[in-house]
Design a protein around this ligand. Sequence first.
Ligand code: ADP
Ligand code: MG
Length: 400
Amino acid sequence: MGIIIRPESLEHTFVPDRLPAREELRYQLLSKIMDFFSKQSGAGFKGIYIYGGVGSGKTVLSRRVAMDLKAKFGDALDICYVNCRFSRRVYRVLAQIASQISPSLPRRGLSKDEFLELIFLATMERTKKLLVILDEIDSLFWGAEGDKATDFLYALSRYVERTPSGDLRVAALSISRSEEVIHKWLDPATRASFIHEKIFMKPYNPNELLEILKYRVELAFKPNSISDENIRYLANFVANQASGNARIAIDLLRLSGEIAEQQRASEIKPEHIRVAIEEYALLPTLDLEKLMGLELHKLLVLLSAVRALKNSDKAYVTKAIAQQHYREICAEYNEKPRKSTQIWRYLKEIHHELSGIVELEVSGKNQRGRSTRILINAPLEVFEKSIMKVLRMKLRQENL
Ligand SMILES: Nc1ncnc2c1ncn2[C@@H]1O[C@H](COP(=O)(O)OP(=O)(O)O)[C@@H](O)[C@H]1O
Ligand SMILES: [Mg+2]
């Protein structure tokens, strides 16, 4: 049997019980919406706008909160979730909302205003409480529908005020990558009535990604399938190289697990993660030409780091250990080793020149002071071969 025992919990449609790093936000949002719907009487509209980069957890937060609300209110609240990117047109968004409230509502043959009216009337007959989640709302503004979308949002937010509607309460949670929709598309009147509150979701930092990944590991994998240190490697990588996108973090975790399984390993090792990073094609490809551009001793230093990592089974190697390998490699290539300060300078330059692939970390202080760690985010075997090939070409050139 493989190490992934519950693959479904690595799907992006899966909504976990907990949202590490977003629990506080979850309960804040939940209580805001609950307060709004629990008022004793009176009609009203509440608009909340959530924005943040891809993979910052916007969709999963809204789905989690929707489930929490369902658990509290049961059938006493109507909740609709629409991903506007799939619907694209305002009319289809309305049709989606209608079908989620009641399958018996008509889907076509109405004007947009009539449609909206029908949705509200149906809600009034049912629960008198409606939460609409409009995910990726920015996609409604991409095409020629921009004005229609603005009209729709205005109508949605003003309906309860303009129509005698008893105790009807409507909340809209709209979600987007940026604030652009608000500033660029909504006129001041619509903005004021459609958005009462804005919530920004910051990109995840390494520690937050670590918590998110640890939890997914617990859910999806057999015990002891990956060490905390290696989860940390993945979390740091995604924070540094993929803007803290949790979607990429989870994809890489799944991919690493699959690669480990293919190799019949009982545990995810750094090399599985490196292969996953390569397969995911996040980083610029490492072509020989780029390596040819590095001077001889930089290549030797790079080769030392690769060899040291191959020996270590860890995601990183300290500069001190790499330096030991460097001396051996210099002997192998009949080169006089450079001094420590020079090697440090090379490393920093390589870090820039092969950005993303070679990373340097200054680790916390230990008994022997700070130590520098070198990480390589590419499969080592292939990388080593490429470096050796380039070294051969370089040395041949020099000898001509
Ligand atoms: N705080 C979190 N806890 C657990 N999983 C998360 C968290 N944030 C994001 N995820 C997961 O990361 C992936 C991307 O999140 P998603 O909500 O789709 O991001 P967004 O909608 O902002 O692009 C999903 O699989 C989601 O379940
Ligand atoms: Mg989303």
